[in-house]
Design a protein around this ligand. Structure first.
Ligand code: BT5
Length: 261
């Protein structure tokens, strides 16, 4: 593939011209024993998946569509921490290609979206199986990163003024960044993730993944060790303390910063 020569050592990258979903393919291969650090990258997906059964769109050849496999035998971090590490790696890869002003405006949105000027440039979907099973357990982390194309309301490297580049070049950057992050102890990785997260300290609305259209609004104050977002509400409990909600899954809308709230 173009740029494949840049792939850092230790990754087994397989490129396919077209598939349904690189995540589905790699999960299947992982169950069959594919090795740690296997990577599938596609020019085109016909059934690209987002979180919560949504779809991920990209025209053939325009964007990075990739899944990476971490086997529990080789990496101790739980699924949400590996997803966070790939999110930070994607953010760094995006920042490195943006003109200086854009780089400062790039941040993660909980759980792992890469935003530039509050528009989505990349998203992550992690699928873990058999947690705690050192031999057969694994996590597949899928990353869709908009290089040359984005849908209405989102953004891409091209749209943000980055020099033209191939998705394969961005993949090499992302893998190199993961190389730097994966060996870090959990506490350092957590700190790096929290530093990268534009959501903390913001007024947010979270549309909950409960199916009933429920949402909560408040201040995003923490992400716990399980990767859940802690939102402090305006309402107070019987003791006068502000109530808190801990959220497993949902969609965050960044409202104004805390300072203006
Ligand atoms: C995500 O879901 O952000 C996770 C996306 C993961 C995609 C990768 S591609 C390689 C691997 N193989 C797969 O099958 N998936 C992974 P979520 O937060 O649910 O966002 C999905 C929503 O973002 C959709 O409902 C659209 O509204 C929007 N969307 C779709 N395509 C987009 C794009 N290219 N850029 C920005 N937003 C998009």
């Amino acid at each position: 593939m173009p740029g494949a020569a840049n792939t850092p050592a230790g990754w087994r990258v397989r490129r396919v011209a077209e598939t349904g979903s690189t995540n589905d393919d790699l999960v299947r291969e992982a169950r069959d024993g594919a090795p740690h650090r296997s990577v599938i990258v596609a020019d085109h997906q016909t059934a690209g998946r987002g979180r919560l059964a949504r779809t991920w769109e990209a025209p053939p050849g325009a964007n990075l569509l990739v899944s990476v496999l971490f086997r529990a035998a080789y990496v101790a971090h739980p699924p949400q921490v590996l997803a966070q590490a790939v999110g930070v790696a994607a953010l760094r890869a995006v920042r490195a290609r943006l003109p200086r002003r854009g780089a400062g405006a790039a941040a993660l949105k909980w759980p792992n979206d890469v935003l530039v000027r509050d528009a989505k440039c990349a998203g992550i979907l992690a699928v873990g199986e058999r947690p705690g099973d050192r031999e057969r357990g694994f996590v597949v982390v899928g990353l869709g990163l908009n290089v040359g194309w984005c849908p209405e309301g989102a953004t891409s490297l091209a749209r943000e003024g980055a020099a033209a580049c191939a998705p394969a070049d961005v993949l090499a950057d992302v893998l190199r960044e993961i190389d730097g992050l994966e060996p870090l102890p959990a506490t350092d990785l957590r700190a790096t993730y929290l530093e990268s997260l534009g959501t903390l300290g913001r007024r947010v609305r979270v549309e909950l993944a409960t199916g009933g259209g429920e949402s909560v609004e408040g201040d995003a104050t923490d992400v716990d060790d399980e990767g859940r977002l802690v939102v402090t509400l305006a309402t107070r409990d019987a003791g006068g303390a502000r109530e808190r909600r801990t959220i497993d899954a949902g969609d965050v809308v960044h409202l104004r910063p805390l300072a203006d709230a």
